[in-house]
Design a protein around this ligand. Structure first.
Ligand SMILES: Nc1ncnc2c1ncn2[C@@H]1O[C@H](COP(=O)(O)OP(=O)(O)OP(=O)(O)O)[C@@H](O)[C@H]1O
Ligand SMILES: [Mg+2]
Length: 336
C-alpha cells in the first residue's frame, strides 16, 4: 500500500433518513496523522457523517474507504475506529479503570481480534492513563472527576483500543469556556504526540480554526469548501463559508466582495470632510476584551450595516453616535 493513501476516503456519499438526502455527493480525503474538522451549523449532517464512517449507518450510494479498504458491509467493531461523543457517555457506576477496561473487554468479541490477557489489558490501561495524565485517577468514579478529566477518560476509552481513526463529536460542548480552551489545546497536543488520524466535529468556528489541519465546511449535507483554516478564513469559496467561518461584511458596490471586520479601519470625522459614501455613523459598540466591535450604519454596506473591529486600547476609539470615515484595508472577491 503506498504511504500516501488517505487514512479515510469518502467518495460521492449519499445518505437519507427519509425522502430527502441528509448527505449529498460528499467526498473528502483525510490524510494519515491529520486533524480534520467537519464544521457546519446544527442539523447539517455532521453526526450522521460520523455514524456513516463508524458503520452505524449504511450509505445509500458512494463509498467509505479506511486505509484504502472499502468498508461496505464491515461492522463497526471491526473498523478500527475510536469514538468520543459529546456527552462522554462514561459509565457512572464504574471507576476510571473499569471504564477504560470496558472497551477492551468488548473488543475481544470482535471476530478477528485475539483475546487479550489480563496483564496486557493492565499494561494498555496504565500506558493510556499515563499518556493522558489520568493515571492517579484510575480508582475514582466519574462523579469524582472534573469535566476536563472526564473528557480525558472518554478519550482514553477510545485510545486504549489503538484505533487507526479517531472520531470526535463535539467533545468539548459540555465544558465551560475556559476549560474548553484548555482541553482543546490538550486534545491537539495528544493528537500530535500520538499522530492519530482524527476527524473532529464542531459547529464552533473558532475551535475549528485553531485546532485543524484541514476544515470541511458543510451546509445541508454538502461540502461547501475544504481547505486549511487560513484558506477557508481568508479565501472563502462562497457566501456560506464566508459567513459561517467568521464575521463577513458585503459591500453595496459589489455584493460578491467580502470584508472581515478586522479589514476595516475607522476614524472619527465631521460630516462633509469625506464623500458621504465613504462614511457612516456608529450605531453600537461592543467591548470584547482585546478587541471592540463597532456596528456602523453606512451606504457602503449591502445591508446598510458594517461590523468593524477596533483595538480596545486605541486612544480615539469611536463611541456610539460618532460619525466616522471608513477605510477598507483588504477585500476578498467571492467566486459565486
Ligand atoms: N434517526 C434519524 N431519523 C430521521 N432524521 C434524523 C435522524 N437523525 C438525524 N436526523 C436528521 O438529519 C439531519 C442531520 O442530523 P445530524 O444529527 O447529522 O446533524 P448535526 O450536524 O450533527 O447537528 P448538531 O450540530 O445539532 O449536532 C437533521 O435534519 C436531523 O433532524
Ligand atoms: Mg451532531
Amino acid at each position: 500500500m503506498p504511504t500516501n493513501t488517505p487514512m479515510l476516503s469518502i467518495r460521492n456519499l449519499y445518505f437519507s433518513f427519509d425522502s430527502s438526502n441528509t448527505i449529498s455527493d460528499f467526498s473528502l480525503d483525510v490524510e494519515k496523522g491529520s486533524f480534520t474538522t467537519l464544521l457546519g451549523p446544527s442539523g447539517c449532517g455532521k453526526t450522521t457523517l460520523l455514524r456513516l464512517i463508524a458503520g452505524f449507518l449504511e450509505p445509500k450510494s458512494g463509498a467509505i474507504l479506511i486505509d484504502g479498504k472499502n468498508q461496505s458491509g464491515i461492522p463497526t467493531n471491526l473498523r478500527k475506529i475510536g469514538m468520543v461523543f459529546q456527552d462522554y457517555a462514561l459509565f457512572p457506576h464504574m471507576t476510571v479503570r473499569q471504564n477504560l477496561l470496558y472497551g477492551l473487554n468488548v473488543k475481544k468479541h470482535g471476530r478477528n481480534t485475539p483475546a487479550i490477557s489480563a496483564d496486557e489489558k493492565n499494561e494498555k490501561i496504565t500506558g493510556t492513563a499515563k499518556f493522558l495524565y489520568i493515571d492517579s485517577l484510575l480508582d475514582r468514579f466519574p462523579h469524582q472527576l472534573s469535566g476536563g478529566q472526564q473528557q480525558r477518560v472518554a478519550l482514553g476509552r477510545a485510545l486504549v483500543l489503538e484505533p487507526s481513526l479517531l472520531l470526535m463529536d463535539e467533545p468539548l460542548s459540555s465544558l465551560d469556556a475556559k476549560l474548553r480552551t484548555q482541553v482543546k489545546d490538550e486534545l491537539r497536543d495528544i493528537q500530535k504526540r500520538l499522530g492519530i488520524t482524527t476527524v473532529y466535529v464542531t459547529h464552533d468556528q473558532d475551535e475549528a480554526l485553531s485546532v485543524s489541519d484541514k476544515i470541511a465546511v458543510i451546509n445541508k449535507g454538502r461540502i461547501q469548501q475544504q481547505g486549511t483554516p487560513r484558506e477557508v478564513y481568508f479565501s472563502p469559496a462562497n457566501r456560506f463559508t464566508a459567513d459561517f467561518v467568521g464575521r463577513a461584511n458585503f459591500l453595496s458596490a459589489d455584493e460578491n466582495t467580502m470584508v472581515r471586520p478586522e479589514w476595516i479601519s475607522v476614524q472619527k470625522t465631521e460630516p462633509g470632510t469625506y464623500p458621504e459614501d465613504e462614511c457612516g455613523r456608529v450605531s453600537s459598540v461592543s467591548f470584547l476584551g482585546a478587541a471592540t466591535m463597532l456596528t456602523i450604519s453606512t451606504p457602503m454596506a449591502k445591508n446598510g450595516i458594517l461590523t468593524a473591529q477596533a483595538d480596545s486600547l486605541s486612544a480615539d476609539l469611536p463611541a456610539a453616535g460618532d460619525f466616522v470615515h471608513i477605510s477598507i484595508t483588504r477585500r476578498w472577491h467571492l467566486s459565486d
